[in-house]
Design a protein around this ligand. Structure first.
Ligand SMILES: Cc1ncc(C[n+]2csc(CCOP(=O)(O)OP(=O)(O)O)c2C)c(N)n1
Ligand SMILES: [Mg+2]
Length: 540
């Protein structure tokens, strides 16, 4: 169904965005994109603005990741777009359906040296699924609809459009088509059957489920498959919490025992990258289940690699008609390893040390966080410890930067999370180094009444770099920060509130005050800077 609409370029774009379920924009002001603001302002479409364009794109990405719908960032021409590129790249690595609309210097005098004149496409093309300059006003709805369709089609990812000044300021009459439905991609049934036979016949199978399981709304199918075939499940990224932690097949800490003992490893909805030892699990056969053929690994030859709609593939595994091996002994062995690790972790999380070790911060947080709390990690060691000690109880509640590993997601992700869930706890776990990238955006959160809690693991160093550099060279450079810096006072100065915590016993009350504050609140925890724990690869 199509309808005819009339308006300036901003109005035409917004009509197409609304039709596709976009519900807000994140932006930082620039004259090149005023018509988009005008369209939003006149129709009550929410505009959230930030202090650095990276935060706008990260906020859009958080919306996309959490709500599985498109997130929108509007960036002005030139520096606005270039400041958003790390955010776009993170979205590309995370397969997040983010649309960035860029302003652009006028086309009619291109090359004459207009303000902020640059061609964005060669910069953004390698990190987007679709990038296009729209030269004609009446073409804007088509371009927006096509871009969003590309963003939402598995394997999902960010897209980019820019509008030359005259395109977006001019008025036109245009056709607006209804968004096309995105049909699920049918997997090859032979490949699915091969995968099912391998898992069913395995003696010691393991499933590792990642972000695309959540993005593809396949957590219920994952659970059915795991239960039907009795396979232990580990998770990473947005896959965390796919099975509730108390589920008999949910595992987190016995990963080493599982991966070294498994004879078949099923990796679903996440790449065979550095987080998974590049898909090398010793003698185990690998089944790689992906949401699109483009996601099959080029560097590994899996025993089976079904590609397509993850719900269809996982449901087919659950319905496998043949015999299955008994995995009760294997599951019991892993449960023993898991329980032993849990007991160790419980001790670490209760430890009364001075200075405070990060594990204790997570021990206290576990008492305060509700099951549906959104936890955001932005930092080095402090966040990798979070991956060890926190157990998301529900899918879609854990936001880490993903395999691109970009520091600075914190306040942008927090903004997107708060807007997605006005009534949930939003907790950002930040390294003191990471805090430097986005803390100014606390001002944006305060001004727009978006309270969140920020817990800083303040070790006074870029820990994840300092310790490895010392181990490698015997010395380190460019790895120190000011010790015990008052990041809480920065937040207070910006209109929020906060406090320093240096004693373990003070953590609990501070966290309660933080979640009750009703404004952005930073709990500045002075933590142990020593290399006290083994690093976890659970970060992303
Ligand atoms: C944008 C960006 N710059 C640099 C890095 C490299 N890096 C990874 S972890 C890390 C240290 C982070 O320090 P902090 O946030 O204080 O956490 P800590 O390791 O001390 O707990 C750095 C600099 C990165 N991942 N992203
Ligand atoms: Mg640090």
């Amino acid at each position: 169904m199509t309808e005819r609409i009339e308006g300036h370029g901003g109005e035409l774009a917004l009509a197409a965005l609304r039709a596709y379920g976009v519900r807000e924009m994140f932006t930082l002001s620039g004259g090149h994109v005023f018509p988009l603001y005008d369209a939003a302002h006149k129709t009550g479409f929410p505009i959230y603005d930030v202090r650095h364009e990276q935060s706008a794109v990260f906020a859009a990405e958080a919306v996309a990741k959490l709500q599985r719908r498109p997130g929108l960032a509007v960036l002005t021409a030139g520096p606005g777009v270039t400041n958003g590129i790390s955010g776009l790249t993170s979205a590309f690595f995370n397969a997040s359906p983010v649309l960035v609309l860029g302003g652009r210097a006028p086309a009619f005098r291109w090359g004459s040296g207009s303000l902020q004149e640059m061609d964005h496409l060669p910069l953004v093309a390698p990190v987007t699924k679709h990038a296009e300059t729209v030269f004609s006003t009446d073409d804007i709805p088509r371009a927006v609809t096509a871009a969003l369709t590309a963003a939402l089609t598995p394997h999902r990812g960010p897209v980019f459009l820019d509008f030359p000044l005259e395109t977006v300021f001019s008025v036109a009459d245009a056709e607006l088509a209804a968004p096309p439905g995105i049909a699920p991609v049918e997997p090859d049934p032979e490949e699915v059957a091969r995968a099912a036979r391998l898992v069913a016949a395995a003696e010691r199978p393991v499933i590792i489920a990642g972000s695309d399981v959540y993005a593809g709304d396949a957590t219920a199918a994952l659970r059915e498959a795991a239960e039907a075939l009795q396979v232990p499940v580990f998770t990473n990224g947005m896959g965390r919490g796919s099975l509730p932690p108390e589920h008999p097949l949910a595992f987190a800490k016995a990963r080493r025992a599982a991966l070294s003992g498994a004879d078949v490893v099923v990796v679903v909805g996440t790449p065979l990258d550095f987080r998974l030892n590049f898909g090398d699990f010793g003698d185990a056969e690998v089944v790689h289940i992906v949401d699109a053929p483009s996601q099959r690994a080029g560097h590994v030859q899996p025993a089976a690699a079904p590609a397509g709609d993850l719900r269809l593939i996982l449901s087919a595994l659950a319905d496998h008609p043949g015999d299955r091996a008994d995995h009760a002994g294997w599951i019991a062995d892993l449960r023993a390893a898991e329980d032993a690790a849990s007991a160790r972790h419980a001790e670490e999380m209760a430890a009364e040390t001075d200075p405070i070790r990060p594990a204790r911060v997570y021990g206290e947080l576990r008492r305060v966080l509700a099951r549906d709390a959104i936890t955001i990690g932005d930092g080095g060691d402090f966040v990798s410890y979070a991956g060890r000690y926190l157990e998301p109880a529900q899918p879609g509640t854990w936001l880490d930067p993903g395999p691109y590993g970009c520091l600075g997601t914190g306040m942008g992700y927090a903004m997107g999370a708060r807007i997605s869930y006005p009534d949930r706890q939003i907790c950002v776990l930040m390294g003191d180094g990471a805090a430097g990238f986005s803390l100014m955006d606390v001002e944006s959160l305060v001004r727009q009444k978006l309270p969140v809690v920020i817990v800083v693991g303040n070790n006074g160093i870029w820990g994840l770099e300092k310790h490895p550099m010392r181990a490698m060279y015997g010395y380190d450079v460019a790895a120190d920060l000011q010790p015990e810096l008052r990041y809480d006072q920065v937040v207070s100065a910006l209109g929020g509130a906060g406090e320093v915590v240096a004693k373990a016993a003070d953590l609990g009350p501070a966290l309660h005050r933080a979640f009750d504050a009703g404004v952005p609140y930073l709990v500045n925890v002075i933590t142990d800077a020593s290399d006290a724990y083994p690093r976890s690869s659970n970060l992303a």
